[in-house]
Write a protein that binds this ligand. Structure first.
Ligand code: NDP
Ligand code: MG
Length: 381
């Protein structure tokens, strides 16, 4: 079966790799969306000829319209345009590859319109997992994981839906600062944090990988996607990024999914599921890998991981507060306004804030604002 795709975040790391997969197999693309990169969006639109393109920044709408005037492609903007592109008629699968919780509303819009979702945008599940999974169940749509760990778990679970799962072993590369102490992390710069050993990704997730917040978010993502308890998810540092995650069943059999660290494999699996096709990537050569190693994560130095795990145990709006604060903190760190350690220290303070019990889109958006404001108060910036 060939999907007709709408792709949000097409100019980013995951978005560009999704288009590589579409190009390799000739998959039709019906919608494209980005935040501000109109030059690349124009090039992509000219190549893939979608029906509709969305540029989030409303001040760029006019100029993109002029750029694409000869193509007949409809150009929309803002949150409304993003939701409309997510729910586009003519597309049956939304690939959500935007960065940040801005992806929540378009995901809900696509689910309401009955589209399956290939989800890279993990912040959506961290902040609105309860809403998204409930809506998907009600509409009978699939949430197909794109994140490599969750794709690995999903692949390991194929054919085992009735079997009892003991735990998920979620692998982590450990990021660029594995083994460092708090003292050594005191003065690290954005440039150092942006050097990931194994994966080439967007700036925000690369910083999240350095703080291990990314791994904390992935634990939350796993809880929602696979319906397990937070205690069933164990993080295993695996520096080589060859095993993308594992599952342990009731009989203690452990299944792992392996491959070269290339996002095109999990992206393509979400697009071809349940089938498999040759992927435009390199192949795994275990002889050149040689050794696979495993270690425990250091949650005392990397407070973000500890805080995210605590937040999912506390439940309700706490993951939303942690995610909102983290988005703000990472942006401030990249602007050189706060230190690396301030990210973890400040995010931990979110667990002290009072929040309402009720979980709705409105309370999620309000908690997100509350977290961003708290960050500015705590950091004094
Ligand atoms: P990038 O920063 O490379 O790309 C982000 C994309 O989102 C860009 O196309 C950007 O547009 C777009 N975008 C941002 N804000 C908006 C908005 N308000 N409206 C529309 N588009 C928007 O990020 P990545 O591709 O690395 O990551 C995307 C998501 O996938 C994240 O949630 C990340 O955690 C997740 N992920 C990424 C992996 C990776 O290997 N990169 C691996 C696993 C998960 P513009 O270019 O115009 O700014
Ligand atoms: Mg991942």
């Amino acid at each position: 079966m060939q999907h007709h795709i709408s792709l949000l975040g097409s100019t980013g790391s995951i978005g560009r790799q999704t288009l590589e997969v579409c190009r390799a197999h000739g998959y039709p693309v019906e919608g494209l969306a980005a935040y501000s990169n109109e030059a690349l969006l124009e090039m992509q639109a000219r190549e893939f000829r979608p029906r509709q393109v969305c540029i989030y920044r409303e001040d760029l709408w006019q100029s993109l319209k002029i750029r694409l005037a000869d193509t007949g492609i409809r150009v929309v903007c803002g949150m409304e345009g993003l939701c409309e592109t997510a729910a586009l008629s003519g597309a049956d699968l939304l690939v959500n590859a935007v960065v940040g919780m801005v992806g929540l509303q378009p995901t809900l819009a696509a689910i309401a319109a009955g589209k399956d979702i290939a989800l890279a945008n993990k912040e959506t599940l961290v902040t609105g997992g309860a809403l998204v999974m409930r809506a998907a169940r009600e509409q009978g749509v699939r949430i197909l994981p794109v994140d490599s760990e969750h794709s690995a778990i999903f692949q390991c679970l194929q054919g085992y839906s009735g079997c009892r799962l003991n735990k998920i072993l979620l692998t982590a590369s450990g990021g660029p600062f594995f083994g460092k102490t708090r003292a050594e992390l005191q003065h690290v710069t954005a440039e150092q944090a942006l050097k990931h050993p194994n994966w080439k990704m967007g700036a925000k997730i690369t910083v999240d990988s350095a703080t291990l917040m990314n791994k904390g978010f992935e634990c939350i993502e796993a809880v929602w996607l696979f319906g397990c308890a937070p205690e069933q998810v164990e993080v295993v540092v695996h520096r080589e990024s060859i095993i993308h995650s594992m599952v342990e069943f009731a009989d203690y059999a452990v299944l792992a999914q392996m491959g070269v660290p290339d996002m095109k494999i999990p992206i393509q699996y979400a697009l071809t599921y349940p089938e498999r096709q040759p992927c435009p990537t390199g192949r795994l050569d275990l002889f050149s890998v040689g050794t696979l190693t495993f270690a425990r994560p250091d949650t005392e130095t990397f407070l973000c991981l500890k805080t995210a795990l605590r937040a999912i145990q506390m439940g309700g709006l706490y993951p939303t507060l942690v995610n909102g604060a983290n988005e703000e903190l990472v942006a401030l760190f990249l602007q050189g306004k706060i230190s690396f350690l301030q990210i973890g220290d400040t995010v931990a303070r979110m667990l002290e804030l009072p929040v309402p019990e009720e979980l709705t889109l409105e309370t999620i958006l309000a908690a997100e604002r509350q977290a961003r404001e708290a960050v500015h108060t705590i950091c004094g910036v």
